[in-house]
Design a protein around this ligand. Structure first.
Ligand SMILES: [Zn+2]
Length: 139
């Protein structure tokens, strides 16, 4: 199916860009660390350096997440399930695939999952609070 081949090629190109970006960021991180060792910086510079390093590390992490998603999407194309939401089985609109080609969820399921993750976090905080409350009551 030529359409499928095009899709894989497109995703693989995105994957290449992702890998390049990670390589560049890692190089930048190494250069930053090398610069830090030379010493004689004042503390403002050191703080800026730490901020920059943290930023680079989180950029690498998000590129790595994207890379995994792209691998997953490529596998989905090969399995013939690309463009179909993994949660509800409904087709994902082409416009969404253009914007986020690595997605395997429709907008509704993606936002529901995000909400679910937020709710889980709230629930955890809630149980933590209740547990703390009980401890106080017991005393
Ligand atoms: Zn869905």
């Amino acid at each position: 199916m030529p359409e499928q081949d095009d899709r894989v090629k497109e995703l693989e190109r995105a994957r290449e860009r992702c890998l390049l970006q990670i390589g560049r960021l890692r190089e930048q991180m190494r250069a930053d660390i090398g610069r830090g060792v030379s010493g004689d910086e004042d503390s403002a510079d050191a703080a800026a350096d730490i901020y920059e390093r943290t930023r680079v590390i989180s950029l690498i992490a998000s590129q790595e997440t994207k890379l995994r998603a792209l691998d997953h999407a490529i596998a989905a194309v090969r399995a013939g399930t690309y463009g179909i939401c993994e949660m509800c089985g409904q087709p994902i609109p082409e416009e969404r695939l253009m914007v986020v080609p690595e997605t395997t969820l429709c907008v509704r399921c993606a936002s529901r999952m995000e909400q679910g993750m937020r709710q889980d976090r709230h629930r955890d905080q809630d149980t933590e609070r209740k547990r703390g409350q009980r401890r106080i009551d017991d005393d």
